[in-house]
Design a protein around this ligand. Structure first.
Ligand code: TPP
Ligand code: MG
Length: 301
C-alpha cells in the first residue's frame, strides 16, 4: 500500500543544511505557484492546449535538482516541475503553453514536450510514446558517458523498451539515474490493477541499486546524492498527483499533500520565517509571469 512516509528519514528538514532546505522549498514553491497561475489561465481561457500539471509532485524535481545539478535530462510528459526546478525560464514555459513563438519549442509542442537548452540546462522533452525518453537517455549516456537523468512515470515503467533499457544500463554500468515518479496511476488505472511487480525489484535484479521511497524532499535529496555516485541506479518515488492526468480538474482531496507536509517540517525545524518569505517571493514572481501572459494575449503581441 502507498504511504507518505515510506523510507522517510525523520527530521530531514533539520538534518540537511539550512540553505539547502530553503532552496529545495523555493523550487517546490516555484512549481506550485506556477501551476496555480496556469490553472487560473486555463479557467480564464487564455491557455487552451492540454496541460499535464506537476501539482502535488513538486518535491521530487525540487529535491533532485539540488542534489544532482547539471545532468543531461530526458524528461517525460509531466515535466513542468523538472523544467522549473532545474532553472528553466518560467516565461518561456508560459509562452509555450500559450502557443506563442517565444515558447520553449516555438509554441508548437505544448505541455508534454518541454525543451531547455539555455542557462546551462540541457533538457530534452517527450515526443509521444510514454517512456521513450528512457532508451534515448541510455543511448545518450552510452555515447557521452555524461551524467544523465531519466525521469518517467509508473505507467511508462511498464513499457518493454524501458525495462530493456534498465538492463542495458546495468550491463554497461552507464551513468544514468533513473527516477520513477510513481503517482500510482497510468491515466486512471492504479499500479495494483496493472501489474504484480515493482520496478525497483526489476532494476535490482538487473544489478543496480534501487530504492522505493515517498516524496519527502529531504529524503530524496540525501538518497539522490548517494545514488548518483553509484549509477546506474533507480529511485521509485511515491507521490500524489493533485489534478487529473491532463487538465486542471480534480477528483477530490489527495491522499497526502507534500507541500503542506513540507511547510510543517520547516516550521518544526525553526525555518518558517525564512521559508514564508521565500514562498511569498515565488508567488509574487509567478503571479507577475501570468499577469504579463494575460496582457500579452489581450494586446495580441
Ligand atoms: C506507448 C504509449 N502507450 C500509451 C500512451 C497513452 N498514455 C499517455 S500518458 C499515459 C499514462 C502515463 O502514466 P505514467 O507514466 O504513470 O505518468 P503520469 O501521467 O502518471 O505522470 C498513457 C497510457 C502513450 N502515450 N504511449
Ligand atoms: Mg503515473
Amino acid at each position: 500500500m502507498r504511504v507518505p512516509d515510506l523510507a522517510v528519514i525523520e527530521n530531514g528538514a533539520a538534518i540537511v543544511p539550512e540553505d539547502i532546505a530553503l532552496e529545495i522549498y523555493r523550487r517546490i514553491c516555484r512549481t506550485r505557484t506556477f501551476e496555480e497561475g496556469l490553472i487560473k489561465a486555463v479557467k480564464d481561457g487564455f491557455v487552451t492546449s492540454p496541460v499535464y500539471l506537476s501539482s502535488g509532485q513538486e518535491s521530487i524535481a525540487a529535491a533532485l535538482s539540488v542534489a544532482v545539478p547539471g545532468p543531461v535530462i530526458f524528461a517525460q510528459h509531466r515535466c513542468h516541475g523538472v523544467y522549473l526546478s532545474y532553472g528553466g525560464d518560467p516565461v518561456k514555459l508560459r509562452d509555450e503553453l500559450m502557443g506563442l513563438p517565444t515558447g520553449t519549442s516555438g509554441g508548437r509542442a505544448g505541455s508534454n514536450c518541454i525543451q531547455c537548452h539555455e542557462n546551462g540546462v540541457v533538457m530534452h522533452g517527450h515526443h509521444g510514446l510514454i517512456g521513450e525518453n528512457v532508451p534515448i537517455a541510455v543511448g545518450y549516456a552510452l555515447a557521452s558517458k555524461k551524467s544523465t537523468l531519466a525521469i518517467f512515470g509508473d505507467g511508462a515503467a511498464e513499457e518493454d523498451y524501458v525495462l530493456s533499457s534498465l538492463g542495458f544500463a546495468a550491463t554497461h554500468r552507464l551513468p544514468v539515474l533513473f527516477v520513477c515518479e510513481d503517482n500510482n496511476l497510468s491515466i486512471l488505472t492504479a499500479v495494483e490493477t496493472r501489474r504484480s511487480w515493482k520496478v525497483s525489484k526489476v532494476a535490482a535484479a538487473f544489478g543496480m541499486e534501487a530504492v522505493d521511497l515517498s516524496d519527502d524532499p529531504w529524503t530524496i535529496f540525501l538518497k539522490a546524492k548517494e545514488l548518483v555516485k553509484k549509477t546506474p541506479a533507480l529511485m521509485n518515488i511515491h507521490t500524489c498527483r493533485a489534478n487529473w492526468h491532463v487538465g486542471i480538474g480534480t477528483d477530490g482531496p489527495v491522499e497526502w499533500d507534500r507541500f503542506l507536509d513540507v511547510r510543517n517540517a520547516l516550521k518544526g525545524a525553526g525555518l518558517w520565517d525564512k521559508a514564508q518569505k521565500i514562498e511569498e517571493a515565488e508567488r509574487f514572481c509567478m503571479e507577475k509571469v501570468w499577469e504579463q501572459g494575460q496582457l500579452r494575449r489581450l494586446s495580441g503581441k
